[in-house]
Design a binder for this molecule. Structure first.
Ligand SMILES: Cc1ncc(COP(=O)(O)O)c(C=O)c1O
Length: 282
């Protein structure tokens, strides 16, 4: 059987590392697994208790609304207001998905088509490359180094030299895997650039809460005019140790240059109760 698009994908690094690990273990070697960036803390107890309670309620064993349950969207809008001073309308600007990864992939489907390109940092989290490719688009890479102070210039240069002109710019700060961080001034410059060139910026904010020593990662939605051009994905995986399953969400502006007919969802019942552990506050 022949599958479309699979052959054009680059090797999946995490899959390769996992295979090497298994091979090593089979050969009797003592392998320390540093492959997946899995949370190493348990989910907050209040969340687990609520999930158990929700799972026992037969009313939750049905389909949920595609945009996610209203109270959850409201809770995320409140979180953005509290933490970043960003005001979001839960009805039109917040959508729940089953993970940043899932949200990102589907977003690429509605932003790109064959002939379009996305500008993506290199190295990057693998899905930032695979998402545009699965959507039938092309990827143009821009080098990102650790502690990169010139990245905005790199971005502009990469955009200018790319053909076709990228329709989407993918960013993700704090960055996996380089750990590079940016400030709000950087986000503002990106937003100004995107408005001028009419590109959509997709900011994967999976590490939103992993700032230390007084550093608070900025949300791109804090930048003036961001709602016109930016979509941001927040994840509960890293902040609340909830990878896989119905517990993540996407916060965004749906007022991007071409409004997206979003069909996310898959949530059942999740209280979005923040736990007290918030690294960037400590
Ligand atoms: C940059 C980045 N985005 C997204 C994810 C995954 O997020 P989620 O579990 O919400 O799909 C990861 C996980 O490693 C990541 O590093």
């Amino acid at each position: 059987m022949e599958f479309r698009r699979i052959d054009s994908l680059p090797p999946y690094a995490l899959g390769i590392i996992d295979a090497l690990k298994k091979e090593g273990r089979r050969a009797g070697r003592d392998v320390i697994d540093l492959a997946f960036g899995n949370p190493d803390l348990a989910s907050p107890e209040v969340a687990v208790d609520k999930l158990v309670e929700a799972a026992r309620n037969a009313r939750n064993h049905r389909y949920s609304l595609s945009r996610g349950i209203p109270k959850l969207r409201e809770a995320f809008a409140n979180l953005y207001q509290r933490r970043w001073g960003v005001s979001l309308d839960p009805e039109t600007e917040v959508i729940n998905t089953i993970g940043a990864k899932e949200g990102f992939s589907h977003l690429m489907w509605v932003l790109l088509q064959p002939g379009d390109a996305a500008l993506v940092p290199s190295p990057s989290y693998p899905i930032h490359i695979w998402g545009p490719l699965f959507a039938g688009g092309d990827v143009r890479e821009m080098p990102l180094r650790r502690f990169d102070d010139d990245f905005f210039d790199t971005l502009v240069e990469a955009y200018e030299y790319s053909w076709p002109k990228p329709r989407v710019v993918v960013l993700s700060f704090p960055h996996n895997p380089t750990t590079t961080c940016v400030d709000l001034d950087f986000m503002q410059r990106v937003v100004d650039f995107a408005r001028e060139r009419e590109v959509v910026v997709v900011h994967d904010f999976a590490y939103a809460d992993l700032g230390f020593d007084g550093y608070h990662p900025p949300s791109i939605l804090q930048a003036e005019g961001a709602k016109e051009v930016a979509v941001e994905l927040y994840s509960l995986t890293k902040s609340y140790s909830r990878p896989r399953g119905p517990r993540r969400w996407r916060s965004s502006s749906t007022r991007s240059p071409s409004p997206t007919p979003w069909r996310g969802g898959g949530w059942r019942s999740w209280p979005a109760t923040p736990r007290s552990w918030r690294p960037w506050r400590s």
